[in-house]
Design a protein around this ligand. Structure first.
Ligand SMILES: [Mn+2]
Length: 407
């Protein structure tokens, strides 16, 4: 035993002696050790998930403003709730903002059932200068000063070049933004079992995200990927199925039912396109469900419902036809209407304008009061003679022309 210890220490001394004689060897050993440590750090760094990087970015700020796109849908609302949860967990103050309106019956049910606290804004300064986290869109829009906002972080699944200064995760291949945020939860070790030790996804958030995925993919039938099914399977265990049912099937009010009936009865067909003028409505929320009902008719790919409310006409359109971009179709149609605003995306769009016929329109006198102006989507800088939707029939004709690509 004694002898072995002696041998070992002799070996040690030999080694020390060697190093003393060859200092470059010591340097080589030190460099090798540093290289190994560096490689380990790099490996860890590269293995960080987007969720890790996102939460770290949140943790670096005292407060953030979470911004949904205008007229937020369940996917945007659920994504915002998930970001708020992550922020809360790292002690970062967070508020959720949106421009436009939450109008669709299911979206309102979502808000009520899940007791959401979202702040509506009209101007960028209402955000109060907090770093902005965008969810479900990648470029701020829809309110005054939106173009001056430089987002801090972006999580989205739409095409586009918008990016955050600290963090960007935009995946256009995904069917929903909710599935990306669900991935963050899982990667960060959140359990879907309420009784598990450590972090678990609150039922309210799981319900929100599951509904967000469901509605953005039209119940897993449209633009859906494996990731959506995967996320849904995980969320299902934590979600509240009663709440999910209350959101998905809100009671329909009597006027909505009447407007649907009128839209069905007054529909005018042109090939696979439908236009229906339902006349005066007291609740504009009744228009979108009517358009959704009409577009389901066999052989129909595009439906636009027109309603009148408070001296204005409102149009809501749905398209399942790739040749008809709903937002652009409505823009082209309303291009000749003074003070009209129109927009939307390929599958859904909306427009509104002061009643373009009857007394209120009166081209010349109306125009002489104020010079032609262009205000965003609204104005159109045209000659007064060109404001020429003269009757509901005229509007209908223009709509069909726009759908046929003739405008
Ligand atoms: Mn979405």
């Amino acid at each position: 035993m004694e002898q072995r210890v002696g041998e070992v220490s002799a070996v040690g001394q030999d080694a020390l002696e060697t190093v003393r004689q060859q200092p470059e060897l010591l340097a080589a050993v030190v460099i090798a050790v540093l290289a190994v440590l560096g490689a380990v750090a790099l490996f860890r760094y590269l293995r960080r998930t987007p969720g890790d990087r996102f939460v770290r970015a949140l943790a670096e700020r005292e407060r953030v403003a979470i911004l949904m796109h205008p007229n937020p849908d369940p996917d945007a609302m659920a994504s915002a709730m998930a970001v708020a949860e992550f922020a809360d967990q790292v002690g970062t103050e967070a508020a959720v903002h949106y421009a436009g309106q939450i109008r669709h019956p299911e979206n309102r049910a979502f808000q009520t059932v899940l007791d959401c606290d979202f702040a509506r804004i009209e101007r960028a300064n209402e955000i109060g200068g907090a770093p902005v986290v965008l969810v479900d869109h990648n470029e701020p829009r829809g309110f005054e000063g939106a173009e001056f906002i430089d987002p801090y972080a972006v999580v989205d699944h739409h095409p586009g070049n918008g990016a955050g200064t600290a963090f960007t995760d935009v995946r256009p291949d995904r069917g929903s933004c909710s599935s990306i945020l669900t991935e963050y939860l899982r990667d960060r070790g959140w359990s879907n079992d309420e009784n598990a030790d450590g972090l678990s996804v609150p039922p309210r958030l799981a319900t929100a995200l599951l509904y967000g995925i469901q509605s953005d993919t039209t119940s897993f039938t449209r633009g859906c990927t494996h990731a959506e099914f995967d996320a849904a399977a995980y969320l299902f265990q934590a979600a509240d199925s009663d709440d999910l049912n209350r959101i998905a099937n809100p009671p329909i009010d009597e006027e909505s039912l009447d407007v649907k009936a009128t839209a069905i009865n007054r529909r005018v067909r042109n090939g696979s396109f439908l236009v229906s003028d339902v006349g005066t409505v007291s609740n504009l929320d009744a228009l979108p469900p009517a358009a959704e009902e009409l577009v389901r008719l066999e052989g129909i790919s595009v439906a636009v419902v027109i309603g009148e409310h408070d001296g204005e006409i409102h149009l809501t359109g749905r398209s399942q036809d790739d040749r008809v971009h709903m937002g652009k179709t409505l823009q082209a149609t309303m291009d000749v209407v003074r003070d009209a605003s129109a927009g939307g995306h390929a599958r859904m769009g909306g427009a509104q304008a002061p009643l373009p016929w009857g007394e209120a329109t009166a081209g010349t006198q109306f125009v002489s009061d104020s010079p032609l102006v262009s205000d965003g989507d609204g104005g159109n800088g045209r000659d007064p003679d060109e404001f020429r939707i003269e009757s509901p029939e005229d509007l209908e004709r223009r709509l069909f022309d726009a759908m046929n690509g003739e405008l």
